[in-house]
Write a protein that binds this ligand. Structure first.
Ligand code: LCS
Length: 394
């Protein structure tokens, strides 16, 4: 069945599954490191690329291919490459698309290590970078240089929840001869399709919504064109940050319910966000579904939903935040997000601790910001857990 013309939910369930000798309904785990050739000529042909087929699992594996085909179709891209982690995807992209003397402009409130890898390590190889608030396109325009080769947007961003106009960012990047990469982790392909909006490459930490069950880490990159897909894949094969077939199997299992999970979690978040906003202990809430969010209208235009990530700050600052995090019972006090379970965390001391404090504050990641990944549990239980934890504040 050609799933490319089918709807999103049908793709989630069926895309990438190939018929096998046994009529397996799902793609089995091909737990093998290597694939035997019929003869020496076949080995040579596969290496030369004149015959399709598998060679060695770092280069490709049927279980991983099934996931790659699925996500490539969800994002409307030419092809996808699965990695060992989201950071495996980020590092592969930096190394595949940037060279010494090149410059990258990025959203300032990106996931901490995406910025740390660039500023602390890629800089050692002569790659320059600027981090600006890309939700204001003027900042992006001003940051472009003659040697800018990549514009890297995270939208919505982790954890400031800032939203960037992807279509406009693509136009700015392309006018300067640069590529647009979008980290689509927070939205998931169910709520946002950056390639349709003009991005060249989209990436995910599949650890989050795509897998959705908090039981593996993984990453994936989808390229719009064959040339970009080949360039990224060639880098991954050399780097060796490939996804393992067992990991790929787990993700293929989790992804089938992506739309159901994302919609259910959003239903909860749409109630939790205004509840928090009305709470006397809460200073402010950033949820893109709230009219108080500065890019609410933009999010409505470029996304098909608002998701389930909420950032908020308590009037009592970080001390009050600590009390809440120490007293939640249903919500897990843990980093990561996008799973079926509600999780709470403190970016300034956890996921974004590696960022210089002045950069963090400039990016809207205040010391008192608490991040909530709303799960699919019963709404009443999530609210009563938050209520009792907030009630512990002096
Ligand atoms: N991109 C975004 C937007 C992320 O949130 C993360 C991880 C990554 C890339 C990297 O993916 P990983 O290698 O972890 O699969 N974000 C995390 C977070 O906020 N808490 O724990 C991990």
């Amino acid at each position: 069945m050609d799933t490319r013309t089918k709807g999103f939910n049908t793709k989630l369930v069926h895309a990438g599954i190939r018929e096998d000798a046994y009529g397996s309904v799902v793609t089995p785990i091909y737990q093998t490191s290597t694939f035997a050739f019929r003869n020496a000529q076949q080995g040579a042909d596969r290496f030369a690329g004149t015959e399709e087929g598998y060679i060695y699992t770092r280069i490709g594996n049927p279980t991983t291919t099934a996931l790659e085909e699925n996500v490539a179709q969800l994002e409307n891209g030419f092809g996808a490459t699965a990695m060992a982690s989201g950071m495996g995807a980020v590092s592969t992209l930096y190394l595949a698309l940037l060279s010494s003397g090149d410059h990258m402009v990025s959203t300032d409130s990106v996931y901490g290590p995406s910025r740390g890898l660039m500023e602390k390590h890629m800089s050692r190889f002569g790659v320059e970078s600027s981090y600006v608030d890309t939700s204001d396109l003027e900042n992006l325009r001003r940051a472009m240089r003659p040697n800018t080769k990549v514009v890297y947007i995270e939208s919505p961003s982790n954890p400031a929840m800032s939203v960037t106009d992807i279509k406009a960012a693509g136009e700015i990047a392309h006018a300067a001869g640069a590529l647009l990469i979008v980290d689509n982790t927070f939205a998931s392909p169910h709520l946002q399709k950056p390639l349709d909006l003009g991005a060249d490459v989209v990436l995910h930490s599949v650890t989050k919504f795509i897998n959705g069950h908090a039981d593996i880490v993984g990453g994936i990159v989808v390229a719009k064109t064959e040339a970009l897909h080949k360039q990224i894949r060639a880098m991954l094969i050399n780097l060796g940050a490939n996804m393992d077939p067992h990991q790929a199997y787990m993700v293929s299992r989790g992804i089938k319910t992506l739309a159901l999970r994302v919609e259910r979690a959003e239903e909860n978040a749409r109630k939790v966000a205004p509840w928090l906003e009305a709470h006397p202990q809460v200073a402010w809430v950033r949820y893109i579904g709230l009219v108080s969010h500065p890019q609410h209208e933009l999010a409505k235009r470029q996304m098909t939903g608002f998701g389930s990530m909420i950032a908020f700050e308590l009037k009592g600052g970080i001390e009050a935040g600590r009390i809440v995090m120490d007293n939640v019972q249903l919500a897990g006090l843990a980093v990561s997000l996008g799973g079926v379970e509600t999780l709470i965390s403190h970016p300034a001391s956890m996921t974004h601790a590696s960022m210089a404090r002045e950069n963090r504050v400039a990016a809207g990641i205040t010391d008192g910001l608490v991040r909530l990944s709303v799960g699919i549990e019963d709404l009443e239980d999530i609210l009563s857990d938050l209520d009792q934890a907030l009630g512990r504040i002096g």
